[in-house]
Write a protein that binds this ligand. Structure first.
Ligand code: FAD
Length: 457
C-alpha cells in the first residue's frame, strides 16, 4: 500500500512527488505516456531536440530574491537557483496595429511604455496595479470574478485592455475572452512584474532535475502505466485500477490529469455534466533557421500580436485562427553562449474538433497549409525569416490531446478551477492545470501546495 499515488508525471505531479518522498512517504507516480513532462515535454526528430511547448519560464526573479513563486519552489524542492540555470529574456512586445508596447524583466519599461502610449490611462494603470491579488492569496480570497469586468472598470481605453489581455489569455486563459481576476493577477505578476527566462537546454533540464531528485528520494515512477478507473467505496478511493487491469492501493490519490478526466475515473457523470470541458487549444509552427534570429532582425524574445483593435481569444470556427498569435524565439535570452541553431515558434488558436475530424492524409496536408499561414501572418509583425528556414515541425490540438489526455487538447484545462484542490472523495485531490495554476512555475507550485496542504498532515 502506497501513502500516495500521483496520476501524471507532468510538472505538478513530479513536484508533489518530491515533496512527499522528501518527508518519507511511499509514493508512486503513474504516467500513461512513454515519457515524462505532460504538456511540457520534449522530443527528438531528424537529429534535433525539440521542446513540445516551452516558450518561456514565467515568474523569473534574479538570484538571491527571497520572495515570489520561483524562490519558493526552489526552497520547497531543495534546488539551488543555479540548478535551473535560467537566462533572462532580451525583451518582448505586444504588437497591435499602430501600437507596440515593449517589456522586459524590469517592470519600469512596461510602465513607461503604457504611460507613453496611453498617457490618459497613467493613473488608471497604477490603480490596476494596486488592485492585483497577491499570489499567496489564491485559494483564500480567489473568487470567480470576471477579469474583463474588473480591468475594464479601471482601464477606460478598450485598446489598452485588449493589449493587456493578449499575453494574459495566451499564457493562461482556460476560457474564451475572459478569465478569473485571480488568474489574471497571477499571470500579470508572472509575466510583467516578475519576468521571462529560459534554461539554455530547454525544458528537458528542468524535467530531468525534477525526476532525478524524486527518484533519489525513493519515489517510484511507472511510465506506460495509465489509470483506467478508481475503485470507490464509502466516499474514498480504495483502489487505482490500471489500463492493464492491475490494481494498486494507496491512502491518498493526487491527480494532475484534469478535473473532468479525474471525475471520469470515478465514474462521476453528474460532476462531468456540471463542468464543461475547456475548448481552447493551439497549433504551433516550429521553424529551424540557418542563423540566429536576431541576425535576421528578429531580436524579440516573445511577440504577442493581433491584427486589429479587438483580440478574439475564441475557439475558431475553422481549423485555426491566425489573426493573432505568439512568436517566440528560444535564442533571444541572455545566455553565456549562443544556441546551436536559430528557432522561431509561432502559436495560434485552433479548433480541436476540426483537427480531430481529419483523416491521416488530410491532416498532413492541413499541417503544411497552416504552417504557411501561421508564418505568413506572423511576419507582418517581425522581419520575414522564411528564406532562412532549414527544417520545420508543426503540432496541433490532437498532438496535445495525445500527449496529455486533456479533453479537446485544452492547454489550460477546464474553464472553471478548483482552487482548493478538493474533490467529493475525502482522499482524492487534484493539482496542476485544473487546480488553477498554469504554466511551468504555476503547476510546480500547485503540486507543492496541494501536497503540503492535504498529504503531509
Ligand atoms: C504548446 C504548449 C506551450 C506551452 N508553453 C509554455 C511556456 O512557454 N511556459 C509555461 O510556463 N508553460 C507553458 N505551457 C503550459 C505548461 O506546459 C503547463 O501549464 C504545465 O506543464 C501543466 O502541468 P500539469 O502538471 O498541470 O499537467 P500536465 O502536463 O498535463 O500533466 C498531466 C500528466 O498526466 C498524465 N495523465 C493524464 N491522465 C492519466 C491517466 N489516466 N493515467 C496516467 N497518467 C495520466 C498525462 O499523460 C500528463 O503527463 C505550454 C503548454 C503547451 C501545450
Amino acid at each position: 500500500m502506497y501513502d500516495t499515488i500521483i496520476i501524471g508525471a507532468g510538472m505538478s505531479g513530479l513536484a508533489a512527488g518530491i515533496r512527499l518522498a522528501h518527508f518519507g512517504q511511499r509514493v508512486c507516480i503513474l504516467e500513461r505516456h512513454t515519457t515524462i513532462g505532460g504538456l511540457n515535454s520534449f522530443y527528438r526528430m531528424n537529429g534535433r531536440n525539440y521542446d513540445v511547448g516551452l516558450h518561456a519560464v514565467t515568474n523569473y526573479t534574479p538570484k538571491g530574491t527571497r520572495r515570489g513563486p520561483l524562490s519558493r519552489l526552489l526552497r520547497q524542492l531543495r534546488f539551488t537557483w543555479d540548478e535551473f540555470a535560467l537566462a533572462p529574456q532580451l525583451g518582448s512586445s505586444i504588437a497591435f496595429p499602430g501600437v507596440t508596447l515593449h517589456f522586459n524583466n524590469e517592470f519600469e519599461l512596461f510602465r513607461s511604455e503604457v504611460h507613453r502610449r496611453f498617457p490618459d490611462q497613467k493613473d488608471n494603470f497604477e490603480r490596476l496595479l494596486a488592485e492585483l491579488i497577491d499570489y499567496e492569496q489564491l485559494g483564500v480570497s480567489a473568487s470567480q470574478q470576471s477579469a474583463r469586468e474588473t480591468v475594464s472598470r479601471i482601464i477606460t481605453d478598450p485598446l489598452l485592455v485588449e493589449m493587456i489581455f493578449c499575453p494574459m489569455l495566451y499564457y493562461g486563459g482556460p476560457r474564451q475572452r475572459d478569465m478569473d481576476f485571480a488568474q489574471f493577477s497571477i499571470m500579470f505578476r508572472a509575466i510583467f512584474l516578475e519576468g521571462l527566462a529560459r534554461p539554455f537546454s530547454g525544458v528537458r533540464l528542468i524535467l530531468k532535475k525534477l525526476v532525478r531528485k524524486y527518484k533519489e528520494l525513493g519515489g517510484e515512477l511507472k511510465l506506460r502505466c495509465g489509470v483506467a478507473r478508481f475503485g470507490v467505496k464509502e466516499g474514498q478511493v480504495r483502489s487505482v485500477v490500471l489500463d492493464d487491469g492491475a490494481e494498486l492501493e494507496a491512502r491518498h490519490v493526487l491527480s494532475s490529469a484534469g478535473w473532468r478526466e479525474t471525475m471520469r475515473l470515478c465514474n462521476e457523470e453528474a460532476a462531468l455534466q456540471s463542468q464543461p470541458p475547456g475548448e481552447l487549444s493551439f497549433i504551433e509552427s516550429i521553424s529551424v533557421l540557418n542563423a540566429e534570429p536576431r541576425l535576421l532582425g528578429c531580436d524579440r524574445t516573445i511577440v504577442f500580436f493581433n491584427d486589429s483593435d479587438v483580440f478574439h481569444y475564441e475557439k475558431p470556427d475553422g481549423l485555426a485562427d491566425v489573426r493573432s498569435g505568439v512568436i517566440a524565439s528560444p535564442n533571444n535570452y541572455f545566455y553565456d553562449e549562443p544556441l546551436e541553431e536559430g528557432v522561431v515558434r509561432i502559436t495560434a488558436l485552433a479548433n480541436y474538433d476540426r483537427w480531430a475530424a481529419l483523416d491521416e492524409s488530410a491532416y498532413r496536408l492541413e499541417k503544411l497549409r497552416w504552417y504557411d499561414k501561421t508564418v505568413a501572418s506572423a511576419v507582418r509583425f517581425v522581419p520575414d525569416f522564411r528564406s532562412a528556414v532549414i527544417d520545420t515541425d508543426m503540432f496541433t490540438p490532437t498532438t496535445i490531446r495525445r500527449y496529455t489526455g486533456h479533453d479537446n487538447g485544452a492547454v489550460y484545462g477546464a474553464p472553471f478551477k478548483r482552487y482548493d484542490g478538493m474533490t467529493h472523495l475525502e482522499n482524492l485531490f487534484v493539482c496542476g492545470t485544473d487546480q488553477g495554476l498554469v504554466g511551468i512555475i504555476g503547476s510546480i507550485i500547485s503540486g507543492i501546495t496541494i501536497a503540503n496542504k492535504y498529504l503531509l498532515k
